[in-house]
Ligand binder design. Structure first.
Ligand code: GLU
Length: 513
């Protein structure tokens, strides 16, 4: 019988969630929903030395902001497998360690830090790979070399120990990865990993496998950095006798630097000016701020869309997907094996597409906020604000750019694009501007067509070609060289403002010339 699909995102709360981690969560979410299964969040906090306050909350809030919702687990309400935080599951792991020890798959090791160090030194000196494994374990202090009584005595006197996995010697461990195909590791490349410590805490490997088993996980979808751990996990499933319910593995490709060489890091973001985290993060120990997509002005839909396509492709040319469309289109066999280069221009492009999809009504509050921030708290006519948003929408990539592009709808320019002025201003212009003022003043029904007609007749009268003046006229009305259709701007700012701006530019630029 096919099992119900159950996947998990299992972050460790060691700092802010990198966008690579967000992508892992997203792919898990898409996969679960595509198959009508469950997506859960488990917090893997067994390594208390790496615990960072606030990190768990940050991770959950980031996923919520992006709409990557789980059905069970931390942040989304407990389900049948609570608790979902490994530190709170601590009492549960010991029985599984004992099971492995009894079956001969794991053993107690009492070696001190100094003893481990001297083993490493000794092996290094003879040019052998220095690791605790099938060869060296016979020379160390563990329950395989010490007598039963001695082991008992040490355990009873509460001596510190670890439990190590007893790796089979020189065995080929083969497993099928949903993205990479058959993968194989030889146990002689691996070491007897620590599974459990005498303080009662399991390590990542043990807790991860036990919890995936208990939580009935069917697919482990995680980053490529965990691929080297997978053979150990496979061996653990075998050792427990859980092979028939072992999850399928899918190791996702890395997110690479824009140049393609190496993993995308916070430093790349700082260097090239884009965030690598979903939201701002204040490091509690250093106070350092890492910038996030949310605060940089990205819309959550755009971030989801751009991350989905970093490592997965739909097999068509479609680039814009809602979350629901992604669920429908997603499949692991379209996830690529090779790393995905991050492209900051493409990231902006996605945001621009989603800003364009916003209705003019949705943009108005952003504009109102910008007006208030810039001291223009007078009430503007809603129709005027709507029309402004409509005109500048195509020009912006972020809602916070609304103000930069629409400033001149509200205030007359105080500077004029120098290059345009230098290129287009000449001594015929003042007369042209006077005729233009005269023509506009005479308009009864003021709109973009009538302004354009007045403009044309002033040009003709002065023998000046439109191409030589249009850009200067734009700079006169707006101060800047580019923007939405000019006569529509003139219509929107109204007859009085248009006239005032022409007069103002005429006197300012005439004096400068
Ligand atoms: N706790 C691991 C992490 O921080 C989870 C790896 C896995 O999904 O198995 O990424």
């Amino acid at each position: 019988m096919d099992r119900r699909v159950r996947v998990r995102f299992a972050p460790s709360p060691t700092g802010p969630l990198h966008i690579g981690g967000v992508r892992t969560a997203l792919y898990n979410y898409l996969f679960a929903n595509k198959h009508g299964g469950d997506f859960l969040i488990r917090i893997e906090d067994t390594d208390q030395t790496r615990f960072v306050p606030g990190a768990e909350e940050y991770i959950i809030n980031s996923l919520k902001w992006l709409g990557i919702e789980a059905v069970e687990g931390i942040g989304f309400g407990d389900g049948p497998h609570a608790p979902y935080r490994q530190s709170e599951r601590k009492p549960l792991y010991k029985q599984y360690v004992l099971q492995l020890i009894e079956a001969g798959h794991a053993y107690y090791a009492f070696d001190t830090a100094e003893e481990l160090e001297s083993m490493r030194e000794r092996l290094k000196a003879s040019n052998v790979d220095a690791k605790y494994d099938a060869i060296t374990r016979g020379t160390m202090k563990n329950s395989l070399t010490l007598s039963e009584d001695e082991v008992k005595r040490r355990l009873e006197s509460e001596e510190a120990y670890v439990v190590r996995f007893k790796l089979p010697r020189k065995e080929e461990v083969k497993f099928h990865d949903e993205i990479r195909g058959w993968v194989s590791f030889n146990t002689n490349q691996m070491d007897d990993k620590v599974l459990f410590k005498s303080d009662g805490m399991p390590t990542y490997h043990l807790a991860n496998v036990v919890d995936d088993f208990l939580m009935q996980i069917t697919h482990v979808i995680r980053g490529e950095e965990w691929l080297p751990s997978a053979p150990l996990h496979v061996l653990l499933y075998r050792a427990f006798g859980w092979e028939n319910v072992m999850p399928a593995f899918a190791h996702l490709p890395l997110l690479l630097k824009p140049e393609g060489n190496g993993k995308l890091s916070k430093r790349d973001g700082d260097r090239l000016g884009f965030p690598v985290f979903p939201m701002n993060w204040n490091d509690p120990s250093s106070g350092e701020l890492s910038s996030g997509y949310r605060e940089a002005g990205y819309l959550p839909e755009a971030v989801v869309n751009l991350l989905a396509l970093l490592g997965w492709n739909p097999g068509t040319t479609q680039e814009l997907f809602t979350l629901e469309e992604l669920v429908q289109a997603f499949s692991l066999d379209r996830v690529s094996k090779s790393g995905a280069k991050f492209d900051q221009n493409k990231a902006k492009w996605f945001n621009q597409q989603y800003v364009r999809k916003m209705s003019d009504e949705m943009l108005v509050p952003y504009l109102e906020k910008a007006l208030a921030e810039n001291g223009l708290d007078k009430q503007f006519d809603q129709a005027f604000l709507l029309q402004t948003c409509k005109l500048v929408k195509e020009k912006i990539s972020f809602t916070k750019e609304l103000w930069d592009y629409s400033r001149y709808f509200f205030v007359a320019p105080d500077t004029y694009d120098e290059q345009v002025v230098k290129k287009r201003w000449n001594d015929k212009i003042p007369a042209l501007l006077s005729d233009l003022v005269y023509g506009i003043k005479a308009i009864d029904n003021y709109n973009h067509q009538s302004v354009e007609a007045a403009y044309q007749s002033a040009l003709e009268k002065n023998g000046i070609a439109g191409k030589d003046f249009l850009q200067l006229f734009r700079v006169i009305l707006t101060g800047v060289a580019g923007g939405p259709p000019l006569f529509e701007i003139a219509e929107l700012i109204g007859k009085d403002n248009t006239l005032q701006r022409i007069e103002q530019a005429k006197s300012t630029l005439q004096n400068q010339a």
